[in-house]
Structure formats: C-alpha cells, structure tokens
Design a protein. Structure first.
Length: 194
C-alpha cells in the first residue's frame, strides 16, 4: 500500500471521528464539594417513631432461661472397658442441651467413644471424637481425644442425663484394655420452667 493511500485513510478516519464525537468530551470533572445537611427547629430530625401502633395481647420480654453447665467425670480402671456416670435434671426444670465438649486421656493404641442419653425415650447419641496426639510425661505415655459439638437434646424434670465412656484396645475387643482412661464431659445449655 502506498504512503498516499495510508495518509488518505488516516485523514478519513479523523474526519469521521470528528463528525461522530461531540465536542468537549475531554473536559475534566468538576471539583467535589462538601455537603452539609442541617435541620432547623421548625423541621427537626425525628427521634421517635412517627404514627401510632395498636398492639393487642401480652408480649413476654423477660427471658426465663436459666444458664446451665455441668461436668460429668468418667474413669475406667486398668482392665475395665466402660464407665457410666450421670446427673439428675432439677425438679421443676426442663433441660435443653445446646453444646457438649469432651476431653479424654488414655493409654495409646485404644479407641474411645462417648455416648450421651437423656433417658427420656430418646435413643441417645455418640459424640464424634478426634485424636489430638500422643504425649509422653513423667508418669507415662498418653493419647488425648477431644470433641466440641453443637447439640439439641432435651431432658425432663427429675430425669437422669447419662454419659458412658467405652474403650477398646487395638489388640481386639476381647482383650482387657491396659491402663486407666479418664474423661471429662461438659454439658451446657439452659433450664426452662417445666
């Protein structure tokens, strides 16, 4: 392509651009200025609800939940597979369990489980445990297991809420587990008037 043809094409492009684009496109934006909003005594800022409301009936605003937490200790001696312990829900109160945490210390090569049941006809549930590692101390070597789970379980007044610790050694379920296993189960939630 000759230099003249290129020059002609560029000139045509500039001419078309000048016809299509409006003039003054490349102007700078105006300076941003501060804005003040004020109200006068004749036109104050509303600080209360406007209009009227009509409410029928009563609304209970006070919360009648009583915070609750307890610790259930479990301990299986040398050669013992299971330990069971419980607490009783206070009379006149209904227990709502919202959170459970567990800490277990036991000899290595054993698998623990924690089972909770309110004994109110519910089937109960097993707390999912996680192995936290092995520690070597001056009195022996131990595995730590923990759990922290949300829950929603209910127990009626006077009922027993039971925690069960089970353990089985890696050598098989028929072999008595050596050493002592200790567990602390923290049950928290609230009590309601029954």
């Amino acid at each position: 392509m000759s230099a003249w043809r290129k020059l002609l094409l560029v000139a045509c492009g500039v001419a078309v651009g000048a016809l299509i684009l409006p003039t003054g496109v490349a102007t700078a934006a105006k300076e941003i200025q501060d804005v003040f909003v004020t109200n006068t005594s004749a036109n104050p800022v509303p600080t209360t609800a406007q209009g009227t409301t009509n409410v029928a009936g009563t609304v209970q605003v006070a919360d009648n939940r009583q915070p609750f937490e307890t610790r259930v200790n479990l301990s299986a001696d040398n050669g013992v597979f299971t330990d069971i312990n419980s607490f009783t829900v206070p009379s006149g109160k209904r227990l709502v369990v919202e959170f459970v945490s567990v800490h277990i210390t036991m000899p290595p090569d054993q698998t623990p489980s924690i089972f909770l049941n309110s004994l109110n006809g519910a089937t109960g549930w097993s707390v999912p445990l996680q192995h936290q590692g092995t520690r070597v101390t001056s009195v022996g070597t131990f595995d730590d297991w923990e759990a922290a789970v949300d829950a929603l379980e209910f127990a009626d007044p006077g009922e027993s809420y039971t925690a069960t610790l089970n353990r089985s050694p890696s050598t098989g379920p028929a072999v008595p587990p050596p050493g002592r296993a200790n567990a602390a189960v923290y049950v928290s939630g609230y009590l309601l008037p029954a």
